[in-house]
Design a protein around this ligand. Structure first.
Ligand SMILES: NC(=O)c1ccc[n+]([C@@H]2O[C@H](COP(=O)([O-])OP(=O)(O)OC[C@H]3O[C@@H](n4cnc5c(N)ncnc54)[C@H](OP(=O)(O)O)[C@@H]3O)[C@@H](O)[C@H]2O)c1
Ligand SMILES: *[C@@H]1O[C@H](CO)[C@@H](O)[C@H](O)[C@H]1NC(C)=O
Ligand SMILES: *[C@@H]1O[C@H](CO)[C@@H](O)[C@H](O)[C@H]1NC(C)=O
Length: 309
């Protein structure tokens, strides 16, 4: 017979461990399936979305219109902006829509000025910093041309920061607002993202920017959040990962946006689409060395594909 103390200690530790797991599970079920989404119009009547002419940004613009918000769509190409505007007007005739042509790889100061002009006197309640670019294909760090990585830094990091600064001052005055920055599993879910290093590093910046601002601006009535998608079936993904098909783990932009919209205003960091968060929990059980080796082999395979085709 073991002395009771030696049985009690491990069973208490085991109990606390299981209790913790159980509480996390309940919390996950609640936040994912049961919690009431915030009424986004309470933040203000307009939403500004960058990279709004395709993929996740366009899908989120639709969702915002559905919630009764007016839209400021920011993107680089005049024609695509007009096409998306026409499409949304047909579907949501009561929504007011403004477009801003802004190439984030160009003159950012001019682009930010156009945004400032567009939001002058407008109650922007929601800002979605969605625009983001990555490598044309998997590459080692030393292979990335200066223009390519400088553009990634400009769009993902400088663009996000400067648009946030431009929109934030009005939110501070009104004491309300929600800012959503689109991060990536590349920087958060996996311990490394080899052969897409600079992209992943800019997304780590976006994550930390959001989480620190979340704490800084809570008292101002402004909810800042980093959303962490894993793969979503967009132009970006079909280009770099040759993934064309949707599946349970690779949603359409519309399915991603449907989940995304109901998380706005809550956690500092979240993975809205629930199969993605399952994947994340699974990844967190694996040792880093295995995830590193897996990501590296994927990167190298993609690199050789792009070299030979
Ligand atoms: N798809 C994924 O699996 C995934 C996963 C994790 C994170 N993300 C992040 O999600 C965000 C959206 O990605 P997505 O997959 O929806 O991308 P996407 O389909 O390539 O769409 C990107 C949008 O941004 C615009 N854009 C691109 N470069 C621009 C520039 N220089 N100036 C202004 N606008 C520009 C595009 O305009 P055009 O239509 O004119 O090109 C398009 O509207 C990005 O921040 C990305 O890093 C995506
Ligand atoms: C959100 O609030 C507005 C104004 O208070 C209201 O008109 C609208 O119906 C609400 N939307 C939802 C989805 O509850
Ligand atoms: C952007 O354009 C403005 C005026 O149009 C100019 O003064 C400024 O130097 C430009 N910035 C860059 C980085 O080219």
């Amino acid at each position: 017979m073991l002395p009771p103390r030696m049985v009690l200690l491990p069973s208490t530790v085991g109990f606390i461990f299981l209790l913790n797991l159980f509480i996390s599970l309940l919390k996950w079920i609640f936040t994912t399936f049961l919690r009431t989404p915030k009424n986004l119009t309470h933040y203000g009547s307009w939403a500004l979305i960058t990279g709004a002419t395709d993929g996740i940004g366009k899908a989120l613009a639709k969702k915002c219109a559905q919630q009764g918000l007016n839209l400021i769509l920011v993107s680089r190409s005049h024609n695509k902006l007009k096409a998306v505007e026409t499409e949304l007007r047909a579907e949501y005739p009561d929504t007011k829509i403004t477009t801003v042509e802004f190439d984030f790889t160009g003159n950012i100061s001019n682009g930010v000025r156009s945004i400032e002009k567009a939001i002058d006197g407008v109650e922007v309640g929601i800002l979605i910093n969605n625009v983001g670019i990555t490598y044309p294909s998997a590459m080692f760090f030393h292979e990335v041309e200066e223009k390519v990585w400088m553009d990634i830094v400009r769009v993902n990091l400088e663009g996000t920061t400067r648009v946030t600064k431009a929109v934030l001052s009005g939110m501070i005055k009104r004491k309300r607002g929600a800012i959503v920055n689109i991060g990536s599993g590349a920087a958060i879910v996996v311990p490394s993202h080899p052969l897409f290093t600079i992209y992943a590093a800019t997304k780590a910046y976006v994550d930390q920017l959001s989480r620190s601002m979340h704490v800084e601006y809570k008292k101002f009535g402004i909810d800042v959040q980093c959303q962490v998608p894993l793969y979503v079936a967009t132009k970006m993904v079909s280009k770099v990962a040759s993934i064309e098909k949707r599946s349970m783990f690779i949603p359409s932009p519309d399915d991603y946006a449907e989940a995304s919209i109901s998380w706005i205003g809550y956690e500092a960091r979240c993975t809205p689409y629930w199969p993605h968060s399952l994947q994340w929990s699974f990844a967190s059980l694996l040792p880093h060395s295995i995830l590193d080796a897996w990501r590296l082999s994927i990167g190298i395979r993609r690199r050789s594909h792009s070299t030979f085709t």
